[in-house]
Design a protein around this ligand. Structure first.
Ligand code: G3H
Length: 496
């Protein structure tokens, strides 16, 4: 049990004596009232006044670009980041344990999340070295010589989701930081304690005021921060509704850069020409990794009617055999859900589909106890059902039968989101036709494989309500900086 009372303000771990928020695990324990979520600890619940103090520290550390951090050489910023990685790795075991307890992620996936984050930071350091080499070159055109420098943007508010509390948040926080911006880090609702062991690492590795943390209710503390107009970049991963609300609070929204990764209801399209075994195993990975709680998860599976029966039979057999249990248990794939209201919401979505003619194909599908929900395959789903439109972000697989491949294309044309799609077909002509259609509708087309963000060096973005800006190891460094020109006329004296 961790009762955290500190928050990071201007290089100090300030002790908080006020209100706290208790943190509960999705892992439930038997009590006299039945199964209940286990208490893991508590965190500070700071108020608007303290939040504005945190903002001020961040603004002062940036000091209009004249502060110690934004003016530090790239080599020295890299040294600070390397120190952070060194300190972070020392906390590996504890962070992995906290990820399992706090968000219910399995041991292999929690381990992967930690190691992937370390790799991401190291790749970012290498990418910055390349970018710096590129920036120090001089360019000449039309009698002018110029150096194009990469300069920071200012104060970055970094907020991210519970599903990858470490990895996703660090895909904005780390590149923003290493480019010389100062950071206001709003911790996620679940996965907050997993960051506790890293607070000291931030404190020790970076100059004071460079990284500052915010704990509390978003509506109370983020509203005054956005209304202050002092945030230069909003780096947010979550829903488009929240992102739009936050942007609107800024008094000069044209001065705000937004790097956003948002809604997605990625479709899989299984045609009659698919290898159904590949389609089934990849659709399961895509739909049910971390219980379907990924923005990149496959959340709707279109299957051509000719093969719908065979596909759903194979899918049902494979899903029924999946093991549910606790995150640290061997071979467990399905684990308890951190969001308290999620089991009820999923139950409602399934009931809505069933009331409109669909069935749950697997016997144990939708089994629901306390925070645990066993995956349900719902078939046949159509556009009258919630599951066709809403991002379930949980272990439910809606399967939609179709006749003509124009039907899934129409779905994507009319959708408000456009992140990824997975096409399953062994016919090159058909695949090529689908690629050509979808490449202009989403930001990644996967062929005979599940949807996913990685490898992290590849661009990660989306169309419509799915994203703003691009995140990848390389793109993020550019997203969190501006190209600032130092230019002079070429004269006899500077020609060489
Ligand atoms: O929730 C969105 C995550 O970025 C997904 O990452 O596709 O690597 O699991 P992933």
């Amino acid at each position: 049990i961790i009762h955290q009372r500190e928050y990071l303000l201007n290089g100090e771990l300030v002790q908080w004596n006020g209100d706290v928020t208790e943190i509960y695990s999705p892992v439930c324990i038997p009590t006299k009232n039945g199964l209940e979520r286990k208490l893991l600890g508590s965190i500070p619940n700071i108020g608007p006044k303290e939040a504005l103090d945190v903002l001020d520290a961040c603004v002062k550390a940036y000091d209009n670009g004249l502060g110690e951090w934004p003016t530090m050489s790239v080599e020295d910023r890299i040294k600070c980041m390397q120190k952070f990685v060194y300190l972070m790795i020392k906390e590996r075991d504890l962070v992995i344990k906290l990820l399992m307890w706090e968000i219910g992620k399995t041991l292999p996936d929690s381990t992967k999340e930690f190691d992937r984050t370390v790799d991401y930071i190291n790749q970012t350091i290498d990418a910055l070295k390349d970018l710096d080499r590129e920036s120090s070159r001089f360019q000449q055109a039309e009698g002018t010589i110029a150096q194009i420098r990469r300069a920071p943007l200012g104060v970055v508010l970094s907020m991210g989701p519970f599903n990858y509390p470490l990895n996703e948040i660090f895909t904005t926080l780390i590149p923003a930081l290493i480019m010389g911006n100062t950071i206001l880090f709003k911790l996620p609702k679940h996965g907050v304690l997993a960051h506790y062991p890293l607070l000291k690492a931030f404190q020790e590795a970076f100059p004071k005021g460079t990284v500052n943390t915010l704990y509390g209710k978003g509506s109370e503390i983020i509203t005054p921060i956005m209304e202050s107009g002092k945030v230069n970049v909003l780096a947010f991963i979550g829903s488009s509704k929240v992102a739009n609300g936050l942007k609107k609070l800024h008094p000069k929204v044209n001065r705000l850069r937004a790097i956003l990764s948002l809604d997605a209801k990625n479709a899989a399209i299984v045609t009659k020409n698919a290898n159904l075994d590949v389609a089934v195993s990849e659709c399961i990975l895509g739909s049910l990794s971390f219980n379907g709680q990924r923005c990149t998860a496959l959340k709707l599976i279109f299957v051509q009617k000719d093969v719908a029966e065979e596909f759903t039979q194979k899918l049902t057999a494979a899903v029924s055999a999946m093991k549910g249990g606790l995150p640290w248990e061997k071979d467990v794939k399905i684990t308890p859900l951190p969001e308290v209201n999620k089991p009820l919401y999923l139950e409602e979505c399934i009931a809505d589909a069933v009331s409109k003619g669909a069935k749950v194909l697997n016997e144990n599908g939708g089994y629901n106890e306390a925070s645990f929900v066993f995956p349900a395959i719902v078939y046949p789903v159509n556009d009258q059902m919630k599951l066709y439109h809403e991002e379930q972000f949980g272990p439910v697989i809606p399967v939609v039968p179709f006749d003509d491949i124009d039907e899934p294309i129409d779905y994507q044309v009319n959708a408000d989101h456009g992140m990824q799609v997975s096409i399953f077909s062994e016919d090159p002509m058909e695949t090529s036709k689908l690629i050509d259609a979808f490449v202009n509708l989403v930001s990644r087309v996967n062929i005979n494989c599940q949807a996913q963000r990685g490898p992290d060096v590849f661009p990660f973005t989306g169309r419509k309500d799915s994203a703003e800006g691009t995140l990848s190891v390389f793109d993020a460094l550019r997203s969190f900086s501006i190209r600032s020109l130092v230019a002079a006329k070429i004269t006899d004296s500077n020609k060489e």
